[in-house]
Design a protein around this ligand. Structure first.
Ligand SMILES: *Cc1c(COP(=O)(O)O)cnc(C)c1O
Length: 369
């Protein structure tokens, strides 16, 4: 009987143990330890932004980044319907209204040609979410933002090391966030970071992640903050991972290309796009979109039987019960996003996947379909 192949295994093959041991030996395990600023400086430098604010996870990074912009109640933020829920949660919690956009059927990213028609006098920001390995087509986004004087927030949680026309994702907008969950290109177990060149926003983010403590009398607060601090242990992991980031991106590309080659003759499935004019796929996950929902469900069921890990694609924001119950997105339809959500799933594609495991996945997948 074949061993189960998990959908993700992280790769911890560098200085992780050494740096974490240093935390334990020195007793620096909280957010006060020295690895935090080191990781913030090195990561923001790597991406090409001036300020980095490390937090406890990527969703927390979104909460803090959106809160730093000081939305007014009813301010609108344009974003894709097809995404993880985190960006929409942050906007709703900040009192804003997510204004949704359908997806591009080929890149699976937000269809940037729909943005302009959604702009109103209340539009405060465009929140782009780079999906699964290819960046959003940023040039039109940046042009629209400039023309209408709106902020660009980048959710680059799946884009560590990816570039758009040679510029790193996470350095294209006004403020960006990353996640370091174990399935991302580098991990801290749980973790996230906000990046910006805006000093005032960076200061606000630092304050908001730390219970909004004030410089004056400690324990006197003027606004609602969070404890979203990253620990020194997490940052120690992060620093070790960052030393290997280029290798991790190369390895992800290899995994993606091996699947592309191994699966090129299958029918009834759309494979991820290899490249666009502005970027080469980094395959955060290796996703497939079946021609029908039935094919997707049957294939996933058979893969489960063979103990091959899969995950369905994201579920659309306009079909989330939590938002519909709040009166949001009533009768809205985004057909491309709906098809991705229903027919899409991904195969084991973590950095710890061995060549042998991947060959088994290809063999079994091919025989199933
Ligand atoms: C992973 C992810 C997040 C959330 O990050 P967490 O660290 O899991 O909270 C946000 N946005 C996108 C696009 C992601 O892929």
């Amino acid at each position: 009987m074949q061993q189960p192949i998990p959908v993700n295994t992280p790769l911890l093959s560098g200085n992780e143990l050494k740096y974490v041991t240093e935390c334990i030996e020195t007793g620096w395990i909280s957010s006060e330890g020295p690895f935090i600023t080191k990781f913030e400086e090195k990561f923001s430098q790597y991406i090409g932004m001036q300020h980095g604010i490390a937090v406890s996870n990527g969703s927390a990074a979104l909460d803090v980044a959106v809160a730093a912009l000081q939305l007014q109640k009813g301010d609108e933020v344009i974003m894709p319907s097809f995404t993880i829920i985190s960006p929409a949660l942050s906007v709703v919690r900040a009192g804003g209204i997510p204004i949704l956009i359908d997806s591009d059927p080929v890149t699976w990213n937000m269809n940037v040609h729909e943005i302009e028609s959604k702009i109103t006098p209340r539009t405060k920001a465009i929140l782009v979410v780079h999906i699964y390995g290819l960046p959003v087509d940023m040039q039109p986004v940046l042009e629209i933002a400039k023309k209408h004087n709106i902020i660009v927030i980048e959710d680059a949680a799946e884009m560590h090391g990816q570039t758009y026309n040679g510029i790193k994702c996470g350095a294209l907008g006004d403020i960006s966030i990353f996640s370091f969950y174990p399935n991302k290109h580098i991990t801290t177990g749980e973790g996230g970071m906000i990046l910006t060149n805006n000093k005032e926003w960076a200061e606000r983010c630092k304050k908001l992640r730390n219970l909004a403590f004030e410089p004056g009398r400690r324990f006197v607060h003027n606004e609602l903050g969070w404890n979203y601090r990253m620990t020194n242990l997490q940052a120690a992991l992060g620093l070790a991972q960052l030393e290997k980031i280029d290798f991790h991106v190369t390895k992800k590309r290899q995994i993606g290309e091996t699947y592309n080659t191994g699966l090129k003759n299958i029918s009834n499935f759309q494979l991820p796009l290899t490249r666009t004019s502005y970027a080469e796929n980094i395959y955060w996950v290796y996703g497939l979109v079946a021609d029908t929902q039935q094919i997707a469900e049957e294939t996933v069921r058979k893969l489960n039987e063979e103990k091959i890990g899969t995950r369905p694609f994201f579920w659309c924001m306009h079909e989330q019960p939590v938002f519909l119950n709040m009166g949001l997105f009533k009768n809205e339809k985004y057909p491309v996003a709906e098809k991705l959500a229903r027919n899409g799933f991904y195969l084991p594609s973590g950095l710890g996947l061995t060549e042998q495991e991947q060959q088994s996945v290809i063999t079994i997948f091919t025989s199933i379909v």
